[in-house]
Design a protein around this ligand. Sequence first.
Ligand code: AMP
Length: 120
Amino acid sequence: MSYDKNNVFAKILRGEIPCKKVFENKYVLSFHDINPKKKIHVLVIPKGEYTDLDHFHSEATEIEIVEFNKSVTRIVKMLKISSNENGYRMLSNIGHDGAQEVPHLHYHIFGGEKIGVLGG
Ligand code: AMP
């Protein structure tokens, strides 16, 4: 899939749409989901133009991949839901069967309450 520069997260990255920022560095932006499914529901996106995890792993640099993944631990520590606290769930919806809506790679981080079994 080619990258759609008009997707909503691309607009957030360009500052055309506001977001409730949680964390940002050179490689990554994290913000609260506009329609939270749990008490805590934040998204993490790489700043580069990648549609999904497979696109990211095939084209991103090592530093982009490391920074994106390490940012999850930074963010859950900031939110006080790390594995040393009550924990969280992280997932990424990918492609049609994965029910991906926004075609810019993102991790969802859910926490702040007990997360049920998948689909629960
Ligand atoms: P996915 O199905 O994994 O592509 O999920 C996309 C997520 O983006 C959904 O949970 C939406 O609620 C969220 N979302 C869509 N637009 C915005 C926005 N402007 N700001 C924050 N989150 C958004």
